[in-house]
Design a protein around this ligand. Structure first.
Ligand code: QAP
Ligand code: CO
Length: 173
């Protein structure tokens, strides 16, 4: 499967992703193709909609203390639901679909989720720290929401201006 990252302002990022009903080889092929694209682009999280598949599928691989991302730490999360959330945390986020832009975003500090794995088994996970932030960021993608949507009006305007300039410079070179 040949995947590429869809970048803002592509409107397909605004689609609502659909629940996975069949835990078939097609799903496994998608998951297996998402992993290398995330690693090769220095990502820690990727939702299927970012590779043009509007399914409630996301992967996460949070770096350990040494900054490494061994494949054993890969999380494959399908049909997630947030079951509990608490606290507040500010973290400088980025997104593979919004390259070269990072801003502080306010999220819950801790979230609990229930989800399914690639075989359809139900799992639960309580997360804090970067994993919690990443889960919330990726679940937003399933609803067509980007982290830039959470910026204040003035910061969003600043972003649009900087981003347009960057895209223009990319085209010219
Ligand atoms: C979402 O984001 C996230 O702009 C995952 O040039 C972000 O993997 C979760 C990336 C922050 C928690 C905290 C972004 C790579 C990767 C870029 C990513 C870029 C290259 C973003
Ligand atoms: Co993202």
């Amino acid at each position: 499967m040949n995947l590429s990252i869809v970048e803002y302002p592509d409107k397909s990022l605004r689609k609502i992703s659909q629940e996975v009903k069949e835990f078939s080889s097609e799903l496994h092929i998608l998951l297996d193709a998402m992993y290398p694209i995330m690693m090769n682009t220095n990502g820690i999280g990727l939702a299927a909609i970012q590779v043009a598949h509007a399914l409630r599928v996301l992967i996460l691989n949070i770096p350990n203390e040494d900054g490494e991302q061994p494949k054993e730490n890969l999380l494959e999360i399908i049909n997630p639901h947030i079951t509990a959330k608490s606290g507040e945390a500010l973290y400088q986020e980025g997104c593979l679909s919004v390259p070269q832009f990072y801003e502080d975003i306010k999220r819950f500090e801790t979230v609990s989720i229930s989800y399914q794995d690639r075989d359809g088994n139900t799992k639960v996970l309580e997360a804090d720290g970067l994993l919690s932030i990443a889960i919330q960021h990726e679940i937003d993608h399933l609803e067509g929401v980007l982290f830039i949507d959470k910026l204040s009006y003035s910061r969003r305007k600043k972003f649009e201006k900087e981003y347009k300039r960057m895209k223009k410079e990319q085209k010219e070179s």
